[in-house]
Design a protein around this ligand. Structure first.
Ligand SMILES: Nc1ncnc2c1ncn2[C@@H]1O[C@H](COP(=O)(O)OP(=O)(O)O)[C@@H](O)[C@H]1O
Ligand SMILES: [Mg+2]
Length: 568
C-alpha cells in the first residue's frame, strides 16, 4: 500500500474506544512485525504525507488510480486541508512503541515509558500558535517535557485518559516561554488492531481569556458576597414594586430582630418595617425617577414597634427579569439625637451670650449715666463752690492762684468723666440715634487712629430699634478697633444703609487683608463675637480678606427684632 493510502487518517475509523475486532485490517502491522513497517507507519503519521499542491486544481501526477483509490485520496486531501487550516489546534502524539494498557500491566511503569516515549508527531499552525511556537518546535516533544510544570497532574490525567480512551478536559499549561495558558481539549486514543495504544489525537483551544473573564467575574462576585454578608450596615435585595425580600444580611436580621426564614419572601410592609406606608411610596417614587436614592431618611420601625430614624441608600438592579433594589440602610437615631442635642445646646449658648451682651449693655448704659450725671454734677458743684471761694479770697493771691489750679484740674476731671461715660456707652446713640452715633464714631476714629475715613449713609427710616442700633454700633466699633490694630490701612470706607427691613453696614479697609487662618481660627474671639452678635439679632455677618488689598466686613441686621429673634 502506498503512503497516500489509508494513512493516519484511517485511524479516524479507530477513534472509537476500543477496537472490537483486532482482526480488522489496519495500517499498523500486527505485533511482532518488522520494525521497518512500523517505521513507515510512524512516518505517515509524523506528517510525511504528500503536500496538497494538487488541491489547487492541478491533477496529481502519478500512476492512474482505481476510482476507489481516487475517492480515498480526495478525502485524505480534504482531511489534510482541514487539519492545517483549522482554527482549533490539532495534533498527533505517537508512541515510539505501542503499549499494552490493561490489568495485566503495571500502569505506572507504562506511564513512565509513555512520558518519555510519546512524541508530538504532527501539529497544525493553530496548535503551535497556542504555545507561542512554530510547528517544528513542538515536534518530538514528550509529555515529560510538556508537563514539566506539573508532572504529577499530567500523569494522573494521562492515566484517566488511557483508562477511558478519551478525555475532555481543561488544563493549566505553559507556552514554550513559560507563560501560563488554559487549554480546553478533546483527546482520543489511537489503538493498534491488537488493542495496544499507539498514541493519541487531540483537538484543543486556548481558553485563557475565557478563564480570566470567569475568574474576574467570580472574584467580583465573591467580593460582593463578602461585602454583603459582613457589612455592619443592613443590606438587602428586595423587589421594587412590593418590597419583597430576596436576600438580607446578618446585620439586617440583627437590627430588626427577625430570623432569615421570617424575612425572605415577605414584604417590608408585611413585616411592619414602615411606621408610615407613605414613606415607602415616596422612596419608590424617587427610585423610579432617578434609578437610585442617596441617604433617604425616614422613621422606620423595629419588630417591637420602636421608631428608628433610618438612612437608606439604594440602587436598582435586575434580578431574573424583575426590577429590584439593592439597599443599604442604617439606624441613625442616635446620630440624629446627638445632632439635635448639639443644635439645642448651641442655641442655648447663643441665647446665653445674647443675654449677657444685653445685660452688659444695660449695665454700661446705667454706669455711664451714673458717672455722667452723678459725678458730673458733683464735680460741677465743686467747681461752683470753688469759684465762690475764689471770689472771696481775691486779695489772697497765693490762695486764689491755688484755687484757680484746682478748678483747672476739676475741668480736666470733668472731661475724663465724660470720656469714660461715652466710651462705656455714647449717649449720642441713645439721644440722637444710630446715624449720628456712626458719624460721631467715624470722626473719633479718624482723629485717634489717623486713618482717613469716608462715610456714606443712606437712611430710609430715621428711627431704629435700640437693640438693632446697639448691635450695629458695637459691630462697627469692634471692626474699627481691628482695623487700627491689625490692618495697617490708610483708608476706611464705611457704608451704612438703614432700610425698612434691615440695616446694612459695610466696613472696607485697604490694609493687608485678613488671612484665611485668622478667619477660621477658633481663638479669634473678636471675630466670633462679631458673628454671634449678628446671628443673635437674627442677622448675618461676612468677613472677606484679600491679601494686600484689604478686608471687608459686611453685616445685615433686621431693622426690628424678628419673631423668634434673640436681639439683646
Ligand atoms: N481688618 C483686619 N485686617 C487684617 N487682619 C485682621 C483684621 N481684623 C482682624 N484681623 C486678624 O484677625 C485676627 C483675629 O481678630 P480678633 O478675633 O478680633 O482678635 P484680636 O483683635 O483680639 O486679635 C487678628 O489677630 C488679626 O490677625
Ligand atoms: Mg479684635
Amino acid at each position: 500500500m502506498d503512503f497516500r493510502g489509508p494513512g493516519p487518517y484511517h485511524t479516524a475509523r479507530l477513534m472509537t474506544k476500543q477496537p472490537s475486532d483486532s482482526n480488522l485490517p489496519g495500517p499498523l502491522p500486527p505485533p511482532g512485525d518488522s520494525g521497518l513497517t512500523r517505521l513507515a507507519f510512524v512516518r505517515q503519521i509524523a506528517g510525511q504525507l504528500p503536500d496538497h499542491a494538487g488541491l489547487a486544481g492541478r491533477p496529481p501526477a502519478g500512476p492512474v488510480l482505481h476510482p476507489a483509490e481516487k475517492a480515498l485520496e480526495e478525502s485524505q486531501r480534504l482531511l489534510e486541508l482541514f487539519f492545517s487550516q483549522s482554527l482549533d489546534g490539532f495534533f498527533f502524539m505517537m508512541l515510539d512503541e505501542p503499549v499494552r494498557w490493561d490489568e495485566s500491566v503495571d500502569k505506572e511503569v507504562v506511564l513512565d515509558y509513555v512520558f518519555a516515549h510519546q512524541r508530538v508527531t504532527r501539529v497544525n499552525q493553530a496548535m503551535a500558535a497556542q504555545y507561542g511556537a512554530r510547528p517544528e518546535e513542538l515536534l518530538g516533544r514528550t509529555p515529560a517535557e510538556l508537563f514539566v510544570h506539573d508532572p504529577a497532574d499530567g500523569r494522573a490525567r494521562w492515566r484517566r485518559f488511557f483508562d477511558a480512551g478519551r478525555l475532555h478536559v481543561e488544563t493549566d499549561e505553559r507556552k514554550l516561554d513559560g507563560t501560563p495558558i488554559w487549554i480546553e481539549g478533546d483527546y482520543i486514543c489511537l489503538y493498534a488492531p491488537d488493542g495496544r495504544i499507539v498514541g493519541h489525537f487531540g483537538i484543543q483551544r486556548d481558553i485563557t481569556a475565557r478563564r480570566r473573564a470567569e475568574e474576574a467575574l467570580r472574584f467580583s462576585e465573591e467580593k460582593f458576597a463578602k461585602a454583603f454578608r459582613s457589612s455592619p450596615l443592613r443590606v438587602s435585595i428586595s423587589t421594587l414594586a412590593e418590597g419583597r425580600f430576596l436576600e438580607v444580611n446578618d446585620a439586617f436580621l440583627r437590627d430588626h430582630g427577625f430570623t432569615r426564614e421570617q424575612v425572605i419572601g415577605r414584604t417590608s410592609p408585611e413585616l411592619g418595617l414602615w411606621s408610615n406606608p407613605e414613606h415607602r411610596r415616596r422612596l419608590v417614587e424617587v427610585i423610579e425617577r432617578d434609578g437610585m436614592v442617596h441617604e433617604f431618611e425616614y422613621p422606620g420601625q423595629t419588630r417591637d414597634g420602636r421608631v428608628q430614624i433610618t438612612s437608606l441608600s439604594a440602587e436598582v438592579i435586575q434580578v431574573a427579569g424583575e426590577t429590584c433594589i439593592l439597599a443599604v440602610a442604617t439606624d441613625i437615631t442616635d446620630r440624629k439625637l446627638a445632632e439635635e442635642e448639639i443644635h439645642r445646646s448651641r442655641e442655648e449658648l447663643r441665647a446665653l451670650a445674647a443675654r449677657l451682651q444685653s445685660v452688659r449693655e444695660d449695665e454700661r448704659t446705667h454706669i455711664s449715666r451714673e458717672i455722667h450725671d452723678e459725678l458730673g454734677q458733683a464735680l460741677t458743684g465743686l467747681k461752683l463752690d470753688l469759684a465762690w471761694l475764689r471770689q472771696r479770697l481775691k486779695d489772697r493771691t497765693d490762695l486764689s492762684e491755688r484755687l484757680q489750679s484746682v478748678v483747672g484740674r476739676i475741668d480736666g476731671t470733668i472731661d475724663a468723666v465724660r470720656r469714660i461715660a461715652t466710651e462705656l456707652r455714647p449717649s449720642v446713640l441713645d439721644h440722637l440715634g444710630l446715624v449720628a452715633a456712626v458719624e460721631w464714631q467715624a470722626q473719633e476714629f479718624e482723629k485717634l487712629a489717623g486713618v482717613a475715613v469716608r462715610l456714606s449713609v443712606s437712611s430710609a427710616t430715621p428711627t431704629i430699634n435700640g437693640a438693632t442700633a446697639t448691635t450695629i454700633f458695637r459691630i462697627l466699633q469692634e471692626t474699627l478697633t481691628n482695623v487700627a490694630r491689625h490692618a495697617e490701612a490708610t483708608r476706611v470706607e464705611i457704608a451704612l444703609e438703614v432700610g425698612e427691613a434691615a440695616v446694612l453696614l459695610r466696613v472696607a479697609d485697604n490694609g493687608r487683608g485678613i488671612s484665611e487662618t485668622a478667619l477660621r481660627d477658633r481663638r479669634s474671639l473678636g471675630l466670633i463675637g462679631l458673628r454671634e452678635r449678628a446671628i443673635a439679632s437674627g442677622g448675618e455677618l461676612r468677613i472677606e480678606g484679600r491679601p494686600g488689598e484689604g478686608t471687608v466686613v459686611s453685616a445685615r441686621i433686621p431693622s426690628r427684632p424678628q419673631a423668634g429673634g434673640r436681639a439683646p
